[in-house]
Design a protein around this ligand. Sequence first.
Ligand code: NDP
Ligand code: GDR
Length: 366
Amino acid sequence: MPKVALITGITGQDGSYLAEFLLEKGYIVHGIKRRASSFNTQRVDHIYQDPHIDNANFKLHYGDLTDTSNLVRIVQETQPDEIYNLGAQSHVAVSFESPEYTADVDGMGTLRILEAIRILGLEKKTRFYQASTSELYGLVQETPQKETTPFYPRSPYAVAKLYAYWITVNYREAYGIYACNGILFNHESPRRGETFVTRKITRGLANISQGLEDCLYMGNIDALRDWGHAKDYVRMQWMMLQQDQPEDFVIATGVQYSVRQFIEWTANELGMPIRWEGTGVDEVGYAVVPGSAQETVVVRIDPRYFRPTEVETLLGDPAKAKQKLGWVPEISTQDMCKEMVTSDLAEAKKHALLKKFGYDVSVSVE
Ligand code: NDP
Ligand code: GDR
């Protein structure tokens, strides 16, 4: 019998890569998508299967992490061997704008799924993965951060995820559920949401290189992050649920870079190296945009993107994952950046052509 997985957040970056990964392993994959006024399934459209065909092994269900009865029904209908709880209001800056909603989805949503497992008597059948985060470390108490490093969350998002972390541990200890936290450091890809910093940079500078935008407005470009590739990280999410005993693991590359460096790599990749001038909110990045003669300002600091409390530095120690599971990341941060630039540049070129020729792309454009 094929294994059955249920993924919350299947329409997000990680959900889409994890669904691909599990389908390749022969799983039947169920995913929860939210009702939206327009299509929100772009990241999984390529693996979508017509529900009318027999033996479809990829199925989407409408649902929401704020809706207990709906979650209980979906878990009952799908009887999953594994649940991956990836759904979340995942933007740290947005969590300061919508703290209560973030707590409901990211904190209580986790409890609702765990309760569904318990209410339905699936404690011995269903394994549970919780998408925990390096944001739990916030104001860091130890460097590098590992499984035993104390937490100090610095945003409503991180505080909600702290609840989710501990309720997962508690349900493991109280009810014997196979439940694990993956404490994942930042991971990115061409499918990363457009408002997270790496994608904002690769997309923004690619657009500037094609004359579609003038300037990229950034927040704290001296923040340090440990960035990996989402494909490597979803493999680890699955590995964590295949062990004899449930445990929590830090997943990271063990190397950190600044946002400023990520901007520089991206600009170099696009053939428009950056020269910095000024300090603080007056700081700007100059570059020669391909096709133009002189240096222009392509980066400006906008305090709008500063957070009320910032996480300045994060660096993970993935030694436990390497030692116990043999997991090591395969894609370097620089190669990931290149992949993102290539993808965003191709999109920008398409848009530049549309802009130049109007929407009639049947016109020859040699
Ligand atoms: P995304 O923001 O790309 O995806 C989040 C997913 O959650 C989307 O499918 C979204 O749906 C869904 N979602 C949002 N709100 C609800 C809700 N109320 N009910 C049901 N589903 C909802 O995040 P990532 O893929 O990057 O991250 C996956 C998980 O891992 C998240 O929990 C995140 O907090 C966590 N995490 C991420 C890290 C990273 O660096 N990427 C690092 C550590 C943890 P829709 O598409 O409709 O918006
Ligand atoms: P983060 O990711 O907050 O670490 O959360 P994000 O990419 O949003 O920010 C990383 C760092 O870059 C700084 N920064 C900016 N960030 C954004 N978004 N926009 C800007 O213009 C900008 N300028 C500077 C930020 O201040 C921050 O220091 C991500 C999410 O995926 C979470 O869900 C996940 O839990 C953590 O990673 C691990």
